[in-house]
Design a protein around this ligand. Structure first.
Ligand code: SF4
Length: 373
């Protein structure tokens, strides 16, 4: 395959124009045929583009998993409603604020509130929590990840002060979507939600699993085309890891390789996007997050949830970093990031075109030995 990755800007422009068949072939080539040298050229191109826009900063987000209840039954998910083995918990507003307080003291300036689709958290309850976080921590960004809701609900959440919304699309191929979800959930509705979130004014995150059951080069090409159309501010891409209490329990956990290739291609196609080096990638490969950073990722999301509930928010098996206090996770990740040649950054870390020019980088200089390995 003749692609010139030595000129990152041209490579980016080119990848933004290729159509489905060519995209399929590019992905197939890097998965199956590319030499080590060609893959390194791909990663290096992605890394240069990320450095053009974000330098060597790696943004920290404090993740608070506040409810493991969910009304949905996505076939791959460990906390789907029909899993009777899942342990359910909800954090109170006070507990969520205590997580934010702890995170704030550690230096975090973004909090990500994530849950299953839990009807207990009505718009009123959720908005009250968001308003209180913004009142107590006015210099922080709040990201919400609570799944599909109606437009009015999204508007209220935005009015309450939430800055960002994460909603992975999982797969942009309707047929594939139907193999991973029950019939009441559709890609077209997920897409509608994402488009609405963007129109309302959120910084929006989409994303998908790599090597999910029934995924093909065709469905991956659809993911790329959809991401190009949506042009989200954040893209989360992590390996599919089976959960023992799901229909996909027998599937193998993948290596990190394909995820890292796709992260690099996405960075090249949409160079300004914020891209996390996910915990799932660190779960399948001890060096997975470092590999992602070297292929263009620039965000990490350590867990601020109370330690006694970490294991209960198990979307997949063997999740790392469920046994450490937030401070230990933070030291571990910060040290790993510095060792990889990057700069941990605790500022809000908005999408580059939305950054306040006065936004200051905050690099904490903690020492401490890595704990979560
Ligand atoms: S993936 Fe999300 S919406 Fe689906 S069952 Fe799991 S928590 Fe619920």
């Amino acid at each position: 395959m003749k692609i010139n990755f030595n000129d990152p800007i041209s490579a980016s422009q080119w990848l933004n124009t290729v159509q489905k068949e060519e995209l399929k072939e590019i992905i197939r080539y890097f998965f199956e045929d590319a030499s080590e040298e060609e893959r390194e050229a791909l990663y290096s191109c992605a890394k240069k583009l990320r450095e053009i826009h974000y330098g060597k900063k790696v943004y920290f987000r404090g993740l608070i998993e506040f409810s493991s209840y969910c009304k949905n039954d996505c076939y791959y998910c460990g906390i789907r409603k029909s899993n009777a083995q899942a342990r359910r918990y909800r954090l109170s507003e006070e507990e969520i604020l205590a997580c934010c307080q702890k995170g704030y003291e550690l230096g975090f300036r973004t909090f990500v509130l994530q849950s299953g689709e839990d009807p207990y958290f009505t718009d009123e309850k959720l908005c009250s929590i968001i308003r209180e976080i913004k009142r107590q921590f006015a210099d922080c960004a709040v990201t919400i990840s609570v799944g599909e809701r109606g437009r009015e609900s999204y508007e209220q959440i935005f009015q309450a002060g939430a800055d960002r919304f994460l909603l992975r699309h999982e797969t942009a191929d309707e047929n594939h979507y139907g193999k991973l979800h029950p019939s009441e959930l559709t890609f077209s509705h997920r897409k509608e939600c994402l488009m609405q979130l963007k129109e309302i004014g959120f910084q929006v995150g989409a994303g998908f699993m790599v090597e999910s059951p029934y995924q093909t080069y065709g469905t991956l090409a659809e993911d790329f085309l959809f991401l190009r159309e949506l042009n989200p501010h954040m893209i989360g891409v992590g390996p599919f890891i089976p959960h023992k209490d799901t229909d996909f329990a027998g599937y193998p956990a993948p290596s990190s390789e394909k995820t890292v290739i796709l992260l690099a291609l996405i960075r090249i196609m949409l160079p300004k996007t914020l891209i996390p080096a996910t915990t799932a990638l660190g779960t399948v490969d001890d060096q997975g997050r470092e590999k992602a950073l070297k292929a263009g990722a620039n965000v990490v999301m350590p867990n601020l949830s109370p330690i006694e509930h970490r294991k209960d928010y198990a979307l997949y098996d063997n999740k790392i970093c469920t046994g450490e206090e937030a401070a230990e996770c933070l030291f571990c990740l910060s040290n790993r990031i510095r060792s990889a040649g990057y700069i941990p950054d605790f500022s809000r870390g908005d999408y580059i075109d939305m950054q306040d020019s006065r936004e200051i980088s905050i690099d904490r200089q903690e020492g401490g030995e890595g704990m979560c390995g």
